[in-house]
Design a protein around this ligand. Structure first.
Ligand code: PMP
Length: 390
């Protein structure tokens, strides 16, 4: 008998499993509200024209090669990424107390970051994630060698806003040295973000409790439409002079999903050990996948580093996408929530009903992706929702 026959089947991923079910549904009316990728009004994948243009230029450039990148990635891409999230005048950059490495998109930034935490802070470090959060956070933390995640209250299902009292209370109870995972903007799955004033309160508890923030930024530019505004939370915490970590993804804001383009930045409150930090991040990467892919980082670096292309990117993606996303829905609570996802308030049973009767797929917590709605399907989905709740 094969030694592999005893391998048990893993539970399906909450989000990716849904896509599999959707693909095998033969109904012509099927709608997938679980997708985490932006689509055209007709529901088709979309490549930004500026991305296409850079790719064509790279393809035609005889100096383009497929040589390996160093373990920590393309330097120019890392510098530009740090600028994008921290701001060019960031005290962390000015004081030279940050280290940025290229990562395999947002997930890879978390995975390398938490492995670093497990190895060099303490393998017993408690990691607090919001309740609810992106379903993969808990997996990444555990696979990085840390204990199971703990949760802090985040969302008030009654008001549809952040449960500030609960959040503060839970973070106050966290032991000193714990990591706190924070969504920098456009919280997934609730679409509810703290206000600036509320971020100040969070910062205060984090400082007083000696907690270590890890900001996950998968949607910079998608909450407000402004890259600067969406970096406010991260920049505010950096200004406070904390030890902290920051993950970035270009999956959504450049539409580079499958190219796996992201970055991890470690910021130290004092500085002085960039060499130690960088060398250990490189050692982790070396054993994990040796070095990151080149193509997407080249594309992103060209766009980020060129004033004209940068402006074009902003025009095409950020404004355009927000308008597109705004188009289908007139449901107030959905319009008021931000980012890609929205909580409908549907129960798990209603979600099942939508799937069985209407072939409409969404995660069991009632989260829908605005990217899954098109001009053609919005009425159908609305009718089905009505049928599910009455
Ligand atoms: N963090 C959050 C909150 C996300 O929603 C996502 C993507 N859905 C990610 C990280 C990671 O995405 P990627 O690895 O594709 O950048």
């Amino acid at each position: 008998p094969s030694i592999f026959n005893t391998v048990p089947v893993a539970p399906p991923d909450a989000i990716l499993g849904l896509n599999t079910q959707y693909r095998s549904d033969p109904s012509p009316n099927k709608v997938n509200l679980g997708v985490g990728a932006y689509r055209t009004a007709e529901g088709q994948p979309y490549v930004l024209p500026v991305v296409r243009r850079v790719e064509q230029a790279l393809a035609n450039d005889p100096t383009t090669t497929h040589e390996y990148l160093p373990q920590d990635g393309l330097k120019q891409f890392c510098d530009l990424s740090a600028n994008l999230i921290l701001g060019p005048d960031s005290p962390a950059l000015v004081d030279n107390r940050s280290v940025t490495v290229q990562a395999l998109s947002g997930t890879g930034a978390l995975r390398v970051g938490f492995t670093f935490v497990a190895r060099f802070l303490s393998s017993e470090t408690a990691v607090y994630i919001p309740k609810p959060s992106w379903s993969n956070h808990k997996n990444v933390v555990v696979q990085s060698g840390l204990p199971p995640t703990r949760e802090y209250r985040y969302f008030d299902y009654g008001t549809g806003a952040v449960d500030m009292e609960g959040m503060i209370e839970d973070l106050k109870a966290a032991p000193a040295g714990s990591m706190v995972l924070l969504h920098g903007c456009a919280h997934n799955p609730t679409g509810a973000d703290p206000t600036h004033e509320q971020w100040e309160q969070v910062l205060k508890v984090v400082q007083e409790g000696k907690l270590v923030p890890f900001f996950d930024n998968a949607y910079q530019g998608f909450a407000s439409g402004s890259l600067q505004m969406d970096a406010w939370s991260v920049r505010r915490f950096v200004k406070a002079g904390l030890d902290m970590m920051v993950g970035q993804s270009y999956a959504k804001n450049m539409g580079l999903y499958g190219e796996r383009v992201g970055a991890l930045t470690v910021i130290s409150s004092e500085g002085g050990n960039n060499e130690g930090i960088r060398s250990q991040l490189k050692a982790i990467i070396r054993a994990m996948y040796s070095n990151p892919p080149k193509h997407g980082a080249m594309v992103a670096a060209r766009i980020l580093g060129d004033t004209e292309m940068f402006a074009e990117w902003m025009r095409e993606k950020l404004r355009g996408a927000l308008v597109r996303i705004g188009t289908p829905g007139n449901w107030d609570h959905i319009v008021n929530q931000i980012g890609m996802f929205s909580f409908t308030g549907l129960t798990a049973a209603q979600v099942e009903f939508m799937k069985d009767k209407y072939h409409i797929y969404m995660t069991s917590n009632g989260r829908i992706s605005m990217a899954g709605l098109t001009d053609d399907t919005v009425e159908y989905v609305a009718e089905a929702m009505k049928d599910a709740v009455v």
